[in-house]
Design a protein around this ligand. Structure first.
Ligand SMILES: NC(=O)c1ccc[n+]([C@@H]2O[C@H](COP(=O)([O-])OP(=O)(O)OC[C@H]3O[C@@H](n4cnc5c(N)ncnc54)[C@H](O)[C@@H]3O)[C@@H](O)[C@H]2O)c1
Length: 252
C-alpha cells in the first residue's frame, strides 16, 4: 500500500475514474480533478465509501490559472502532489480535411498542452523532494494512427515524445515519466463516438472488438492497472517508456 498523493486529471469518469478508484484501493490519497466537479465529487465519495481517501478538485487543464489553483488546493488538503496522472482528453471524429484551425487548437490545448500545464506546475516540487511519478495517458492513435483522428493522433504522438524528453531531463532527480496508451476502451467517450457515428452503435463497437486479438474492449480498470504499476515506488528504474494496453491490438 502507498499513501502518496496522486492527482488524476479527468478523474471523474471513464478511464480517469478507473485510475482514481484503482489508486484509491492501493492506498494513494487521490485528488479526482475534473472539469465536471459534480461527477468528480461522486467518484471521490465512492472511493471514500470503499475505504480510500479522496477529494474532488475542479480543474480545467486548458487554463493555467485553474491548474495552479487545483494544485494549491490539493497541497493544502492532502499535501504535495507526488503522482500526476495526465488523463484529461477530448476528441471529435472527422476527416482531417474537414477540420478547422479552431478545432486543431482545441484538440492540442486539451490533449497536449493540458499535460504540459500540469507537469510544468507539479514537476518542480517533485524534483525538490527527490520523488515523483508522472504518467501521461497517450493513445495507440499516437503510435499507429487512427482514422478520423488525425489531429488527436498528432497530439497523442506529441505526448509520447514529450514524455521521453521530460523523462531524460529529470532522470537523476527521482522522478519517472511514462506514457500509457489505451486501445479502444469502454468509456462515455467511446460510447459517444459510436452513437454519433451515423451507423448502428453496437455494430461500430462490435467492429472495434473484433479487431482486438483478445476480442474485447478494454475496461477502465485494465488501463488503471498499468498506471498503478508506473505510479508505484517500486518502478523507479523505469522511465520514458510507452506501454500499450490494448488486448494485443498494438504490438510495437
Ligand atoms: N476511450 C478510449 O477508447 C481511449 C483510447 C485511447 C486513449 N484514450 C484517452 O484516455 C483518456 C480518457 O478518455 P475517456 O475515454 O475516459 O474519456 P471521457 O470523455 O469518458 O472522460 C474524460 C474526462 O476528462 C474530463 N475533461 C475533459 N476536458 C477537460 C479539461 N479541459 N480539464 C479537465 N478535465 C477535462 C471530462 O470531464 C471527463 O471526466 C483521454 O486522454 C483519452 O484521449 C481513450
Amino acid at each position: 500500500m502507498s499513501n502518496r498523493v496522486a492527482l488524476v486529471t479527468g478523474g471523474a469518469q471513464g478511464i480517469g475514474e478507473g485510475i482514481s478508484r484503482k489508486l484509491g484501493d492501493a492506498g494513494f490519497r487521490v485528488a479526482v480533478a475534473d472539469l465536471n466537479l459534480e461527477v468528480a465529487q461522486q467518484t471521490a465519495k465512492e472511493i471514500v465509501a470503499a475505504g480510500g481517501e479522496a477529494i474532488a478538485v475542479p480543474i480545467d487543464v486548458t487554463d493555467t490559472e485553474s491548474v495552479k489553483a487545483a494544485v494549491a488546493k490539493i497541497e493544502s488538503d492532502l499535501g504535495p502532489v507526488e503522482v500526476a496522472v495526465n488523463n484529461a482528453g477530448w476528441d471529435d471524429f472527422m476527416k482531417f480535411l474537414d477540420t478547422t484551425e479552431d478545432f486543431w487548437n482545441k484538440i492540442l490545448d486539451i490533449n497536449f498542452k493540458g499535460a504540459l500545464r500540469v507537469n510544468h506546475t507539479v514537476v518542480p516540487g517533485m524534483i525538490e523532494r527527490g520523488f515523483g511519478r508522472v504518467v501521461n495517458i497517450g493513445s495507440d492513435a499516437g503510435r499507429v494512427g487512427s482514422s478520423l483522428e488525425a489531429v488527436y493522433s498528432g497530439a497523442k504522438g506529441g505526448i509520447i515524445a514529450f514524455t521521453k524528453t521530460l523523462a531524460r531531463e529529470v532522470a537523476t532527480k527521482g522522478v519517472t515519466v511514462n506514457t500509457v496508451c489505451p486501445g479502444p476502451t469502454d468509456t462515455p467517450a467511446l460510447r459517444k463516438f459510436a452513437n454519433n457515428s451515423g451507423q448502428d452503435a453496437d455494430k461500430v463497437l462490435g467492429g472495434m472488438t473484433r479487431a482486438v486479438p483478445m476480442k474485447r474492449l478494454a475496461a477502465p480498470s485494465d488501463i488503471a492497472a498499468a498506471v498503478a504499476f508506473f505510479a508505484s515506488d517500486e518502478t523507479g528504474y523505469i522511465t520514458g517508456q510507452t506501454l500499450s494496453v490494448s488486448g494485443g491490438l498494438t504490438m510495437a
